[in-house]
Design a protein around this ligand. Structure first.
Ligand SMILES: [Zn+2]
Length: 271
């Protein structure tokens, strides 16, 4: 998270089921292990309702990661994958779309963080023609439950960070730079107040890397990285302004100015 003012995180996805131990052992130099414990929504050939790794494999991955000071985040949509991650002592659950009472209670007990992501769901629902039919169908199936699970987790006091799942190219409907949408969507969904959403997007982000890997970032405090934004308006009064990158006039990354009028980190004109 160092140098990332808002929502992105560094991680190493562990995707295949063979040789979990040797794969997990290659985590050196990563700051987190991200494991797809359920099928995904934007992936082509899997189903979110199925658990993707055995309990034994997940346990090995967590043990190996722990040996190197890393925690594991589960990329989990369906309940089977979420529960498998909880049993294996994962510390972060991303998406968490099918979380119910049982899941939320366990997350609370085990102090597991949630990283809900409304951005890709909204984008796919609003741009049906741009995505393959199978992806659209899966999105429709999880959208309603996702929002309800998100609100339930926040209400229960689960610590949340905001993710974005932005995987498109520059200029696409899911391109990097649109991270601020997630703050707006968290508020619009009725899950968070503007202040809560901004805190989740900034101060809480580093915590998803665990105490050993979290950089000193996400707080305006002596000794912390100066990751700061200069905005055109007060986002507490006008959260919607975070939707447009052009309203984020200045970005300081670890104290260095990387965006300002005439200077854009993406190498493209302000949108
Ligand atoms: Zn995802």
């Amino acid at each position: 998270m160092r140098g990332q003012p808002a929502l992105a995180k560094r991680s190493t996805p562990v995707k295949t089921q063979k040789n979990s131990k040797s794969q997990a052992s290659s985590l050196l130099c990563s700051s987190q292990a991200e494991v797809f414990t359920s099928g995904g929504v934007t992936s082509r050939d899997d189903d979110p309702k199925y658990q993707q790794f055995s309990d034994e494999e997940l346990k090995i991955i967590v043990e190996e990661a722990k040996r190197m000071g890393l925690i594991c985040a589960a990329h989990a949509v369906g309940k089977a994958g979420i529960m498998a991650a909880i049993r294996a002592e994962f510390k972060v659950i991303e998406h968490n779309s099918m979380a119910d009472d049982e899941v939320v209670k366990l997350m609370e007990e085990k102090e597991i963080m949630a990283v809900a992501t409304i951005t890709p769901i909204e984008s796919i629902l609003n741009n049906k023609d741009r995505y393959p039919p199978a992806m659209y169908k899966k999105t429709v199936q999880v959208a309603k439950a996702h929002k309800a699970a998100y609100k339930q987790a926040v209400k229960a006091g689960i610590k949340c960070a905001l993710g974005s799942d932005l995987f498109g190219g520059i200029g696409s409907v899911l391109s990097p730079g649109l991270n601020g949408h997630e703050v707006v969507l968290a508020v619009e969904a009725g899950a968070m107040t503007p202040l809560h959403a901004i805190e989740a997007a900034t101060a809480n982000g580093p915590m998803t890397l665990g105490s050993e890997q979290a950089p000193s970032s996400g707080q305006v405090k002596e000794g912390y990285s100066a990751d700061l934004l200069g905005l055109d308006d007060n986002p507490l009064d006008n959260t919607n302004m975070l939707r447009a990158p052009k309203n984020i006039r200045y970005i300081w990354k670890t104290g260095n100015l990387v965006k300002a009028p005439g200077l854009d980190p993406w190498g493209v004109l302000d949108r």
